[in-house]
Design a protein around this ligand. Structure first.
Ligand code: X2X
Length: 341
């Protein structure tokens, strides 16, 4: 691959002074950014915003190209984290769910009914738990920069209205990530099956699976109502944050000033992305749900008592996975949520 050699003023001065060649900073022509979904989704849009900000603020020194559909790992989203570490991927905006097979602590966000509202998500990502998670990722050899959000994952299916755990009995539900999802759905009496997002969409269309769980922003952008997903249950059982990261060697190849530009751009893009992901859901009356009902979809809003039946049915899974994830981290998360403003 052709490499462009850039000389910063300092590097040029060092060269003149006879400093070793490693004082030069080598930049690639293109940096590959992996996401699961393209810019027609808030998640992919976040990638586009990040790439644009970096290009502008570095005057084109850092040129980021998007690779949606996790195409750098042939659509297998649970291999994305390993590929970032290996340098097959330079940058990524990844869901905590997709990286949880490699980073067990990321299962925290998938503990059923841990986060009751958006303030609870923020209390984790913007508080001490977020710092701990970043330190863990750093130790695993990637450089975490900012948080984004996929969102609250709501239950949908093609067969029937779901109001209580019993309604899930026997439904074949597509899930992704770690075995925590299999445990949760089995505890509810469903028949979960693990599948990538790329494989899931044709499986909905053919009826090979009955249902799935994903944020409503994914539901609308992917038009899941057109592949039979006509029943939605708003249960908010888990929410997956997104994390903006850079491969460590790539990070170290940049000047300190450029690193700061990339970091700040990730923070700015993350904020905009979170606002897009929550649009229509975090305002009174949840207008996005009315829009979805307008597409002929049955949207069930659970009463607190109905929701509580799902919470009770998954408590055992929560307790078991608290041990796997790390009781200290989970306790810290519980405390941060209890103290949220
Ligand atoms: O595969 C999914 O369900 C998605 C798109 O939400 C993730 O990548 C976690």
């Amino acid at each position: 691959m052709r490499r462009r050699v850039l000389f910063t003023a300092a590097a040029a001065a060092a060269l003149i002074a006879g400093a070793p060649a490693h004082a030069q900073t080598k930049y690639k022509d293109e940096y590959k950014l992996s996401t699961v979904v393209p810019a027609s989704f808030p998640w992919g849009k976040g990638g586009e915003i990040w790439a644009d900000l970096v290009r502008q603020r570095t005057n084109g020194r850092i040129n980021i190209k998007m690779y949606p559909g996790v195409s750098l790992v042939q659509g297998d989203q649970t291999r994305e984290f390993t590929a970032i570490r290996q340098g097959i991927i330079d940058l990524a905006i990844g869901s905590t769910i997709n990286w949880s097979p490699q980073v067990k602590e990321l299962n925290l966000f998938s503990l059923p009914f841990l986060m009751p509202d958006y303030k609870a998500i923020d209390a984790l990502t913007q508080g001490p738990v977020g710092k701990d998670i970043f330190a863990i990722l750093e130790k695993q050899g990637v450089v975490p920069l900012a948080w984004g959000e996929n969102g609250y994952r709501e239950l949908t299916n093609s067969k029937r209205e779901v109001r209580k755990p019993d309604d899930l009995k026997g439904l074949k539900i597509r899930v992704v990530g770690s075995p925590l999802f299999l445990d949760t759905f089995r505890a509810l009496g469903a028949n979960p099956t693990q599948m990538s997002w790329a494989d899931a969409q044709p499986a909905f269309a053919s009826g090979a699976v009955d249902g799935q769980e994903n944020p409503m922003s994914i539901f609308t952008a992917a038009k899941l109502h057109t592949v039979g997903q006509k029943n939605v249950t708003m249960w908010g059982y888990v929410a997956d944050p997104l994390i903006f990261v850079v491969n460590k060697d790539v990070w170290e190849s940049w000047t300190p000033a450029d690193r700061e530009i990339v970091r700040q751009a990730a923070i700015d893009a993350g904020k905009q992305e979170i606002a897009l992901a929550r649009k229509g859901l975090d305002e009174p009356g949840q207008p996005l749900l009315k829009e979805i009902e307008g597409m002929g979809v049955n949207v069930v809003r659970l009463t607190p008592a109905e929701r509580n039946d799902f919470v009770s049915a998954t408590r055992r899974v929560y307790a078991q996975w608290k041990g796997t994830i790390g009781p200290d981290l989970v306790s810290k998360a519980e405390q941060s949520i209890a103290a949220r403003k």
